[in-house]
Design a binder for this molecule. Structure first.
Ligand SMILES: [Zn+2]
Length: 87
C-alpha cells in the first residue's frame, strides 16, 4: 500500500469538519510516550479512505480517521488527552 506522508496541517480541514473549531493548534498527549504535540506537528499518513496520525516522538498511532458517506469514524485510542479551544 502506498502511503503519502504529510505534516499535521494536512488534517486541518478534516478536523475542522469534525470539531468545528480550529484544531491545528490543539494539543494531543500521546498515550504511548506521553509527549504533547500540537496537531500541526504530528505525522500524517493519507491512504484512502482513512487517515493515520502518528506521534512525531515515538511514531505510535495517535488517531485514525475514516470518512465515508458523510459519516466519520474517529479512533483516539492512541491519544490520552486532546486539548483545544480558545486562548
Ligand atoms: Zn509518542
Amino acid at each position: 500500500m502506498q502511503e503519502m506522508k504529510l505534516d499535521g496541517n494536512a488534517i486541518g480541514g478534516l478536523l475542522r469538519e469534525i470539531f468545528t473549531v480550529e484544531m491545528t493548534a490543539a494539543r494531543g498527549t500521546c498515550a504511548s510516550c506521553g509527549a504533547v504535540n500540537e496537531l500541526g506537528r504530528v505525522q500524517v499518513y493519507l491512504h484512502a479512505p482513512g487517515t493515520v496520525v502518528r506521534c512525531p516522538d515515538c511514531e505510535q498511532v495517535l488517531m485514525k480517521i475514516v470518512r465515508s458517506g458523510g459519516r466519520y469514524w474517529v479512533d483516539l485510542t492512541g491519544t490520552r488527552c486532546l486539548e483545544f479551544g480558545e486562548g
